[in-house]
Design a protein around this ligand. Structure first.
Ligand SMILES: C[S@@+](CC[C@H](N)C(=O)[O-])C[C@H]1O[C@@H](n2cnc3c(N)ncnc32)[C@H](O)[C@@H]1O
Length: 214
């Protein structure tokens, strides 16, 4: 969505990925059908920073893909902290487990293969930080479910909230995925239990804070 030269400038002025993150990024580009689903260098570094700032004990991720963002979010975990990541596509399991095993966080990350909609209600933990990055049609369901599992004062980060800019098209012209993102953005904007900021990082990130009294 942004000028290519500006995007290159942003990349140049962002700290490089470490060796493992670079390798996962590269391998994802070369071996998957939709490599643009991966967060990438700039967003990955942003997720790391958020994690370092919050120092979460429990993180939940909805939508693992190849494990890139899970590893970024794991970086700021407390020493006894835990990250649970959910992925519905069982074909990704081997590569995710391999990538997690190569990291220093393997004992802190739990991968659950299955449909997040079925898994989340049974999770016992409440979370300091939840990253929503799965299919867009179910974004409002993920948000409602995530909210129930979020600690008061906790944060939800939601990816792709600008959806390549399609969110500002007239509503009649929206396809299902865009409609899902638009509905989510409206739901959060009208939710009195939270405050939020929409950021134009990559494809749009929505950072939501659950007000402590909720
Ligand atoms: C955009 S990718 C995630 C990218 C990853 N978070 C990253 O930044 O590298 C979305 C992933 O969500 C998964 N997914 C879609 N629907 C899901 C569901 N209902 N439950 C769990 N995972 C789901 C897809 O299979 C896909 O791997």
């Amino acid at each position: 969505m942004i000028d290519k030269k500006i995007a290159a400038y942003i990349e140049q002025h962002t700290t490089d990925e470490d060796e493992l993150m670079y390798a996962i990024n590269r391998q994802t580009q070369l071996t998957t059908y939709y490599p643009r689903m991966l967060s990438g260098k700039v967003q990955g570094k942003f997720l790391e920073m958020i994690s370092f700032m919050i120092k979460p004990k429990y993180v939940l991720e909805i939508g693992t893909f190849t494990g890139y963002s899970a590893l970024a979010l794991a970086k700021g975990l407390q020493p006894d902290g835990k990250l649970i990541t959910l992925e519905v596509n069982e074909e990704m399991e081997t590569v995710i487990r391999k990538n997690i095993a190569l990291s220093p966080y393997s004992s802190q990350i739990q991968l659950i293969i299955g449909d997040a909609i079925e898994i989340i209600p049974d999770l016992k933990n409440t979370f300091d930080l939840i990253f929503i990055d799965a299919d867009k049609e179910q974004y409002t369901d993920y948000y409602q479910m995530a909210f129930e599992k979020l600690k008061p004062g906790g944060f939800i980060l939601i990816d792709n909230v600008l959806w390549s800019g399609k969110v500002i098209k007239p509503s009649a012209a929206l396809e299902k995925e865009t409609a899902g993102v638009v509905a989510l953005n409206k739901l959060v904007a009208e939710d009195p239990r939270v405050e939020q900021v929409m950021l134009s990082v990559r494809d749009g990130l929505l950072l939501v804070r659950k007000l402590p009294e909720n």
